[in-house]
Design a protein around this ligand. Structure first.
Ligand SMILES: Nc1ncnc2c1ncn2[C@@H]1O[C@H](COP(=O)(O)OP(=O)(O)OP(=O)(O)O)[C@@H](O)[C@H]1O
Ligand SMILES: [Mg+2]
Length: 169
Protein backbone atom coordinates (compact mmCIF):
# COMPACT_ATOMS: atom_id res chain seq x y z
CA UNK A 1 0.00 0.00 0.00
CA UNK A 2 1.16 3.56 -0.68
CA UNK A 3 2.41 5.36 2.40
CA UNK A 4 0.50 8.45 3.43
CA UNK A 5 3.75 10.36 3.64
CA UNK A 6 7.15 9.46 2.29
CA UNK A 7 10.02 11.88 2.59
CA UNK A 8 13.37 10.98 1.07
CA UNK A 9 16.68 12.82 1.43
CA UNK A 10 15.04 16.14 2.15
CA UNK A 11 17.38 19.12 2.30
CA UNK A 12 16.17 22.63 3.08
CA UNK A 13 18.31 25.74 3.03
CA UNK A 14 17.39 29.36 3.57
CA UNK A 15 19.51 31.75 1.60
CA UNK A 16 20.16 35.37 2.54
CA UNK A 17 22.90 37.21 4.38
CA UNK A 18 23.73 33.89 5.96
CA UNK A 19 22.74 30.48 4.62
CA UNK A 20 20.83 28.35 7.10
CA UNK A 21 20.99 24.58 6.59
CA UNK A 22 17.69 23.89 8.35
CA UNK A 23 17.09 20.27 7.27
CA UNK A 24 19.84 17.89 6.19
CA UNK A 25 19.13 14.64 4.41
CA UNK A 26 15.96 13.71 6.28
CA UNK A 27 13.96 10.62 5.34
CA UNK A 28 10.82 9.31 7.00
CA UNK A 29 7.61 7.52 6.16
CA UNK A 30 4.17 7.40 7.69
CA UNK A 31 1.59 4.73 6.96
CA UNK A 32 -2.16 4.95 7.42
CA UNK A 33 -3.19 4.73 11.06
CA UNK A 34 0.26 5.63 12.31
CA UNK A 35 1.13 8.65 14.39
CA UNK A 36 4.61 10.07 14.06
CA UNK A 37 6.25 12.41 16.54
CA UNK A 38 9.34 14.43 15.68
CA UNK A 39 11.56 15.16 18.63
CA UNK A 40 14.47 17.52 18.63
CA UNK A 41 15.87 20.58 20.29
CA UNK A 42 14.56 24.03 19.51
CA UNK A 43 15.65 25.12 16.03
CA UNK A 44 16.46 21.59 14.87
CA UNK A 45 14.10 21.81 11.89
CA UNK A 46 10.84 20.14 12.98
CA UNK A 47 8.51 22.95 11.90
CA UNK A 48 10.45 23.60 8.71
CA UNK A 49 10.10 19.91 7.78
CA UNK A 50 6.34 20.04 8.22
CA UNK A 51 6.07 23.31 6.35
CA UNK A 52 7.83 21.61 3.45
CA UNK A 53 5.07 19.02 3.47
CA UNK A 54 2.64 21.80 2.54
CA UNK A 55 5.22 23.91 0.70
CA UNK A 56 4.63 26.76 3.12
CA UNK A 57 8.16 28.16 2.96
CA UNK A 58 9.25 31.50 1.49
CA UNK A 59 9.60 30.73 -2.21
CA UNK A 60 12.45 33.04 -3.10
CA UNK A 61 14.73 32.33 -0.20
CA UNK A 62 14.25 28.60 0.19
CA UNK A 63 16.13 25.86 -1.62
CA UNK A 64 14.54 22.44 -1.28
CA UNK A 65 15.82 19.19 -2.68
CA UNK A 66 14.86 15.57 -2.26
CA UNK A 67 11.40 14.13 -2.39
CA UNK A 68 8.22 14.72 -0.39
CA UNK A 69 5.40 12.42 -1.39
CA UNK A 70 1.88 12.42 0.01
CA UNK A 71 -0.35 9.56 -1.15
CA UNK A 72 2.25 8.90 -3.83
CA UNK A 73 2.16 12.41 -5.25
CA UNK A 74 5.30 14.53 -5.34
CA UNK A 75 4.52 17.72 -3.43
CA UNK A 76 7.72 19.44 -4.55
CA UNK A 77 6.57 19.17 -8.19
CA UNK A 78 3.04 20.58 -7.75
CA UNK A 79 2.06 23.78 -9.53
CA UNK A 80 0.10 26.52 -7.73
CA UNK A 81 -3.28 25.17 -8.69
CA UNK A 82 -2.47 21.63 -7.57
CA UNK A 83 -0.97 22.98 -4.34
CA UNK A 84 -4.03 25.00 -3.52
CA UNK A 85 -6.33 21.98 -3.88
CA UNK A 86 -3.84 19.79 -2.02
CA UNK A 87 -3.67 22.18 0.94
CA UNK A 88 -7.42 22.47 1.05
CA UNK A 89 -8.43 18.87 0.68
CA UNK A 90 -5.57 16.54 1.54
CA UNK A 91 -3.36 18.05 4.21
CA UNK A 92 -3.98 20.44 7.07
CA UNK A 93 -1.67 22.03 9.55
CA UNK A 94 -2.32 23.17 13.08
CA UNK A 95 0.31 25.83 13.53
CA UNK A 96 2.55 26.07 16.53
CA UNK A 97 1.50 29.61 17.40
CA UNK A 98 -2.27 29.72 17.03
CA UNK A 99 -2.52 33.41 17.87
CA UNK A 100 -0.48 34.26 14.77
CA UNK A 101 -2.32 31.83 12.54
CA UNK A 102 -5.70 33.39 13.20
CA UNK A 103 -6.50 36.66 11.46
CA UNK A 104 -6.93 39.50 13.98
CA UNK A 105 -9.56 41.40 12.01
CA UNK A 106 -12.14 38.68 11.38
CA UNK A 107 -14.24 36.76 13.88
CA UNK A 108 -13.41 33.12 14.31
CA UNK A 109 -16.79 32.18 12.81
CA UNK A 110 -15.99 34.22 9.71
CA UNK A 111 -12.60 32.52 9.34
CA UNK A 112 -13.99 29.02 9.53
CA UNK A 113 -16.85 29.95 7.20
CA UNK A 114 -14.37 31.36 4.64
CA UNK A 115 -12.53 28.04 4.65
CA UNK A 116 -15.79 26.15 4.18
CA UNK A 117 -16.77 28.39 1.25
CA UNK A 118 -13.35 27.98 -0.37
CA UNK A 119 -13.17 24.22 0.05
CA UNK A 120 -16.75 23.15 -0.28
CA UNK A 121 -18.35 25.94 -2.30
CA UNK A 122 -21.18 26.35 0.20
CA UNK A 123 -23.37 29.42 0.64
CA UNK A 124 -22.58 31.98 3.32
CA UNK A 125 -25.44 30.70 5.52
CA UNK A 126 -24.51 27.04 5.19
CA UNK A 127 -20.88 27.93 5.85
CA UNK A 128 -21.75 29.68 9.13
CA UNK A 129 -23.85 26.71 10.21
CA UNK A 130 -20.88 24.47 9.47
CA UNK A 131 -18.57 26.82 11.41
CA UNK A 132 -20.82 26.44 14.45
CA UNK A 133 -20.78 22.68 14.02
CA UNK A 134 -16.97 22.69 13.89
CA UNK A 135 -16.69 24.77 17.07
CA UNK A 136 -18.96 22.25 18.75
CA UNK A 137 -16.85 19.34 17.47
CA UNK A 138 -13.73 20.84 19.08
CA UNK A 139 -15.79 21.57 22.21
CA UNK A 140 -15.36 25.29 22.51
CA UNK A 141 -17.67 26.34 25.34
CA UNK A 142 -20.68 28.45 24.27
CA UNK A 143 -19.86 27.76 20.64
CA UNK A 144 -22.67 29.92 19.29
CA UNK A 145 -21.50 33.00 21.12
CA UNK A 146 -17.86 32.25 20.30
CA UNK A 147 -18.53 32.46 16.56
CA UNK A 148 -18.47 36.22 17.06
CA UNK A 149 -15.19 36.32 18.98
CA UNK A 150 -11.94 37.77 17.71
CA UNK A 151 -8.67 36.00 18.43
CA UNK A 152 -7.62 38.43 21.18
CA UNK A 153 -10.86 37.67 23.01
CA UNK A 154 -10.15 33.96 23.32
CA UNK A 155 -7.94 31.98 25.69
CA UNK A 156 -4.89 30.11 24.37
CA UNK A 157 -6.69 26.78 24.54
CA UNK A 158 -9.69 28.19 22.69
CA UNK A 159 -7.40 29.57 19.98
CA UNK A 160 -5.81 26.18 19.55
CA UNK A 161 -9.23 24.57 19.27
CA UNK A 162 -10.29 27.24 16.80
CA UNK A 163 -7.24 26.41 14.67
CA UNK A 164 -8.12 22.73 14.80
CA UNK A 165 -11.62 23.65 13.64
CA UNK A 166 -10.19 25.58 10.68
CA UNK A 167 -7.78 22.74 9.84
CA UNK A 168 -10.49 20.09 10.10
CA UNK A 169 -12.96 21.70 7.66
N1 LIG B 1 12.06 31.57 6.96
C1 LIG B 1 13.23 31.29 7.53
N2 LIG B 1 14.36 31.92 7.14
C2 LIG B 1 15.55 31.62 7.69
N3 LIG B 1 15.73 30.70 8.65
C3 LIG B 1 14.64 30.05 9.09
C4 LIG B 1 13.34 30.30 8.57
N4 LIG B 1 12.44 29.50 9.20
C5 LIG B 1 13.17 28.78 10.07
N5 LIG B 1 14.47 29.10 10.02
C6 LIG B 1 15.58 28.48 10.78
O1 LIG B 1 15.54 27.08 10.53
C7 LIG B 1 15.90 26.36 11.69
C8 LIG B 1 14.82 25.33 12.02
O2 LIG B 1 13.65 25.99 12.50
P1 LIG B 1 12.34 25.24 12.95
O3 LIG B 1 11.28 26.28 13.06
O4 LIG B 1 12.07 24.10 12.03
O5 LIG B 1 12.73 24.67 14.39
P2 LIG B 1 11.89 23.69 15.33
O6 LIG B 1 12.63 22.38 15.36
O7 LIG B 1 10.48 23.68 14.92
O8 LIG B 1 12.08 24.43 16.74
P3 LIG B 1 11.04 24.63 17.97
O9 LIG B 1 11.12 23.38 18.79
O10 LIG B 1 11.61 25.81 18.68
O11 LIG B 1 9.66 24.90 17.40
C9 LIG B 1 16.14 27.39 12.78
O12 LIG B 1 17.52 27.66 12.84
C10 LIG B 1 15.39 28.62 12.29
O13 LIG B 1 15.96 29.79 12.76
MG1 LIG C 1 8.67 24.35 15.77
Amino acid sequence: MTDLVEINNLNIRFTGDRTVHAVNDLSLSLAEGEVLGLLGESGSGKSVTLRALMRLLPRKRTEISGSVKVLGREVLAMDDEALSAFRGQTVSMIFQEPALALDPVYTIGRQIAETVIRHEGKSEREAMARALEMLEVVRIPSAKRRLESYRHEMSGGMRQRAMIAVAAV
